[in-house]
Design a protein. Structure first.
Length: 279
């Protein structure tokens, strides 16, 4: 590495813990890529200036964490297909001198899920309707899932996501109110937790769901990275379900980001090892 290494990075708020730095830098080092990944603390009021700064310094791209994923769009030059549908960007890429916003959250999840099951033609229930749920639902719909049931406490947010899928994709979607214990319906083949329940430090928190409704042929996925083995996944495993943890999603979204920025396919195992080391 030298002081003219190509720069990539992340715009995060001061409170955001960012294990991505260690993970991405480990991949750059392992593959001898002359790139750096810097975590920059950017307050919402400074986001425009930060993007201008990245342009001025010719950064080849950067990630955006909450709360910048939507706001950043107005400072970019264009959007990729799924980022346009979701209305959220977590990865910016310099292409022909233009900053194009992409969303790799859902794509990272998809890659991880596809190592177990192809979502095409499947009926899927998603718990949650926030940013992660939106990214995952849009990618699953674009991947030809047949039916997506959105289960959420906040009805407006849940119905918004359902409308997005029904109006902008070929997939059918419906809303399920989450005021009582959720029973996984028989038609559901894949269950995804896209809420923050189970995330450290609240690792004992329980999702309002009946594990007795988990069939052994159900695939259960969780977005939680830390700890990767959540109570939901433990319950699912005990019922004989195949499980997908949140580590794959975070690693795969970084693999995709690095591919966008450097053109290289990096080894996900190098990043998994580093991530487990820093978590
Ligand atoms: P948001 O704040 O946008 O959304 C959170 C969602 O969780 C909302 O739908 C909210 O419901 C729901 N929720 C939170 N607490 C509860 C509860 N006690 N009971 C029922 N529903 C609840 O967050 P994000 O979507 O951005 O992130 C969600 C999780 O995904 C986080 O833990 C984040 O770390 C993880 N994530 C993981 C990634 C990975 O690579 N593995 C990538 C991105 C995110 P309501 O609308 O009713 O309030």
């Amino acid at each position: 590495m030298n002081f003219l290494s190509k720069i990539t990075g992340s715009f995060s708020t001061p409170s955001a813990a960012n294990p991505t730095v260690a993970m991405v830098e480990a991949a750059y080092k392992h593959h001898g890529l002359d790139f750096r990944y810097l975590n920059c603390e950017v307050l919402p009021k400074d986001l425009e200036a930060a993007v201008k700064g990245a342009r001025a310094m010719n950064w080849v791209g950067f990630n955006c964490s909450l709360p910048h994923k939507v706001e950043v769009i107005k400072f970019l030059d264009g959007l990729g297909e799924s980022a346009k549908l979701m209305g959220a960007v977590n990865c910016v890429v310099l292409r022909d001198g233009k900053y194009i916003g992409e969303n790799t959250d859902g794509k990272g999840f998809l890659k991880s899920l596809k190592s177990i099951i192809d979502p095409a033609g499947k009926s899927i229930a998603i718990l949650g309707a926030g940013g992660a749920a939106r990214a995952i639902a849009v990618e699953l719909a674009l991947e030809n899932a047949s039916r997506i049931t959105v289960v959420n406490r906040d009805q407006n947010k849940g119905k918004d996501l359902v409308d997005l899928i029904n109006n902008k994709t070929k997939c059918k979607s419906e809303f399920k109110d989450w005021s009582t214990k959720f029973e996984v319906p028989d038609h559901v083949q894949i269950l995804v937790n896209a809420t923050s329940i189970g995330m450290s430090p609240d690792i004992d928190a329980r999702i309002n769901i009946n594990p007795d409704s988990f069939r052994a042929d159900l695939v259960v996925a969780d977005v939680i990275v830390n700890p990767p083995m959540t109570n939901l996944l433990k319950d699912a495993k005990a019922k004989g379900c195949q499980i997908v943890d949140g580590l794959g999603m975070v690693i795969n979204q970084a693999v995709l980001g690095i591919k966008f920025w450097t053109g290289e396919d990096v080894d996900p195992e190098v990043m998994r090892k580093k991530l487990l080391e820093v978590l």
